[in-house]
Write a new protein. Structure first.
Length: 74
């Protein structure tokens, strides 16, 4: 399993966890649940960070592949 695959899978798992947290918050009764809201905010932040990392890795891989293609064409 490549590093990028692991990052993508981790991002998918985190996104699913965020969705579960959001659903739990929607189902809760009218009482406040600061712990769940804080956990959701942290999960969203981690998801955003993973998305940025995935984007960076994808761009670097694309550049490396393009360089290899150019070298192979010579």
């Amino acid at each position: 399993m490549t590093g990028l695959t692991k990052v993508v899978e981790a991002a998918d798992r985190l996104e699913q966890a965020v969705l579960r947290l959001e659903a739990a918050l929607e189902r809760r009764d009218g009482g406040g649940n600061r712990d769940a809201e804080r956990a959701l905010a942290e999960a969203r932040a981690q998801c955003a960070a993973l998305a940025r990392t995935t984007q960076t890795v994808a761009l670097r891989l694309d550049r490396a592949i393009n360089r290899l293609d150019r070298v192979l064409e010579e």
